[in-house]
Design a protein around this ligand. Sequence first.
Ligand SMILES: C[C@H](N)C(=O)N[C@@H](CCC(=O)O)C(=O)O
Ligand SMILES: [Mg+2]
Length: 361
Amino acid sequence: MFIKNIEIGEIFIPLARPFKTALRTVNNVEDIVIKIETDTGLTGFGEAPPTAVITGDTKGSIVTAVRDFITPAIVGMELDNLDGIFRKLNSCIVKNTSAKAAVDMAIYDLYAKQHNTPLYKLLGGNKNLIETDITISVNPIPEMVADSLDAVDHGFNILKIKVGKEGLKDVERIQAIREAVGPEIKIRVDANQGWNAKQSVQIITAMEDKGLNIELVEQPVTAHDFKGMQYVTSHVTTPILADESVFSAEDAINLIQNGGADLINIKLMKTGGIYNALKICDIAEIYGVECMIGCMLESKLSVSAAAHLAAAKGVITKADLDGPSLCKIDPFTGGPLYEENLIRMNETPGIGIEKVPGFNE
Ligand SMILES: C[C@H](N)C(=O)N[C@@H](CCC(=O)O)C(=O)O
Ligand SMILES: [Mg+2]
C-alpha cells in the first residue's frame, strides 16, 4: 500500500468566547486540514493551526510546505516504510512543524487503520481515559472569576489560568480565582512568556506566600531564555513547566540537563508530530521528568491525535487538551469522546475521526 496523494482543505469553527493570552487574542479556529489517500483508497486525516506567534507557521506557509515540499517528498512511498516516511518528512524542509504535524498524524492514522487498531494502542496503550484542564483567558479579574466558576460548574477540576500581561497584578488574579473556586480545584498558571526571570520569582513567591497552592507555572519567560528558565526553576518551589522553550528533542535535553524546567509540555505542533514527540517522551522518561500534552487553538481532529499519544504514554501525566471544549460547534464525525473534563478513547481504528468538513467522501 503506497501514498497516492495529499489533499489540502480548510476549516472554520467559531469559538464559544474569544481566546486571550499574553501573546494573542483569537475568535475562531481557522486551520488547514489534510487528507492522505493510499492506492487502496484508505484515507488518513491531519490538522494544522497557524499559530504564527509561537511556531511561526501561517496558513500560507502550511499550505506551501505541504503542497510544494512534503507532497513531492513522500508521495509514492510504501506505508510499511513508516520510519522512511518520517525521515523524509522531517528532512524535506526545516522548521514548518505544524505542516509536518498534520502530515505525521495523517500517516499514523493510516498506519493504525491499516492494522485495524486504535492509534493509542499501537503507540503503547497506557490508559483509555484522560482528564484535561480548561483554559481561562486573561481578562479583567471579575470576568476571570466568573469564567472559572462556570468551568467548575461544567465539571472541570483543573483550571489553566492565562496571565502575563500585568506583572504583579497576576497575584491578585490568582488569589481571586482561588478564593472563588475553593481549595479542591487544581490551578495551573500559564504566563506565555509574559514575565522576566526576576519578576517571575517575585510573582510566584508571592503566590506561594499567600498559600494559593498552584500546581505548576507554565513558560514564565521568553522561549529562548533558557538561563531565565533555569533561574526561575531554581528559585521557587512551585514546579515550572516549559512550553514555548521546547520544540525538539534537542531542546528537551538542553533544558533538562541545565535544570531549566521541572516538567515539559509536548505539543504536536511544536515537535512536528508524533514521531518526534515520542523522542521527547523517551528523553523525559530517562531523566525522570513528567510531561504534559498540550495543544494550540486546535479542533477535535488534531487534539484527538494528541489524545492518542497521551493515552499511549505513561510519562504523559497531565493534559491541556481543551481545544474542542473551546469551540462553539463540533463539525467532525467520530473520534474519542469529549465529556467535559474527560476524554474517553474508543476502539475505532486510527485516530477515529471519520468525516472532516471540506473533503468529499
Ligand atoms: C489551548 C491551550 N489550552 C493553550 O493554552 N495552548 C497554548 C496557547 C495556544 C495558542 O495561542 O493557540 C499554550 O500556551 O499552552
Ligand atoms: Mg503554554
